[in-house]
Ligand binder design. Structure first.
Ligand SMILES: [Zn+2]
Length: 270
């Protein structure tokens, strides 16, 4: 195979792998950010559960203060009741006492309700905290993995960069320029040709181009997509009956060898 063609095929593999690694390195921070956003959600859930418990406690304290206020009022009404002059005044005071007692009872009901929901709120907090703990451990693990992967990718990329430079320095300038132009435009610059077709754009090649290409001895480009073409004998479809192609080729090779070997046979027999 043509040495430049061989290097260009290898160069494209290197370029492709480098592109894949570069993309992976670029996506890893995004993955970490997504994991961290999920962690933030769990943190927010814990904070929300804590805030709910706090407001529950504040609510109960307020109700207890209210009860105290009503109890003081009741005590005041009762002490006033001993010095009232009329029955109406007395009844009015007792009515106030009754009202305050009802208020106290209402407050006590509400306190009980809050105590019951406190149990659920505490359970929810415990659950949220457990989830946060698990998530935090996962995040640390995934972050560490992402860092390791990034470091590995960067090391591989450095190796590929070196290999790439070596390959490029060995390729003839105009072929390399063509390669660069095509890969910039099409993301790939090399294509296999099979059954007289460019396997990238599937355009049929002229018979003469096809014949030239099959030797792999020249840089042949696709007239349609511009990719540099190569021929792989291994992927050629063999007709089931007539396996003529291979024996003929072998025969040709043998003839060439024979030509070289015939030379010493010139000595005539004595
Ligand atoms: Zn093509």
């Amino acid at each position: 195979m043509n040495a430049d063609l061989e290097r260009l095929i290898e160069l494209e593999k290197v370029d492709r792998e480098a592109a894949r690694l570069t993309e992976e390195v670029a996506t890893l921070p995004k993955r970490v950010a997504a994991i961290e956003a999920k962690l933030a959600e769990h943190k927010a859930a814990v904070e929300k559960a804590k805030a709910q418990i706090k407001s529950n406690e504040a609510g109960r304290r307020q109700l207890e203060t209210d009860i105290k206020g009503f109890q003081e009022k009741i005590a005041k009404y009762r002490s006033q009741s001993s010095s009232v002059k009329t029955n109406d005044e007395y009844r009015a005071l007792m009515h106030e006492v009754e009202f305050a007692e009802k208020q106290i009872s209402g407050c006590e009901d509400k306190i009980l309700e809050l105590m019951i929901s406190l149990e659920n709120e505490e359970k929810a907090l415990k659950r949220a905290e457990a989830e946060l703990k698990t998530e935090a451990a996962d995040v640390e693990k995934e972050k560490a993995e992402a860092h390791v992967r990034t470091a590995e990718d960067e090391k591989l990329l450095a190796g590929l960069k070196e290999k790439r430079a070596g390959l490029r320095s060995g390729v003839e300038d105009s072929a390399l320029a063509h390669y660069d132009r095509v890969i910039r435009q099409r993301k790939s610059a090399i294509s296999e040709a099979r059954e007289q077709k460019c396997m990238a754009c599937f355009v049929m090649l002229r018979p003469q181009t096809w014949q030239e290409l099959r030797t792999n001895e020249h840089i042949v480009t696709c007239s349609s997509c511009g990719r540099i073409l190569y021929f792989d004998p291994a992927s050629e479809v063999q007709p089931p009956e007539s396996g003529k192609e291979t024996p003929k080729k072998k025969a040709r090779a043998r003839t060439a060898d024979a030509e070289v070997e015939t030379e010493p046979e010139t000595t005539p027999a004595p």
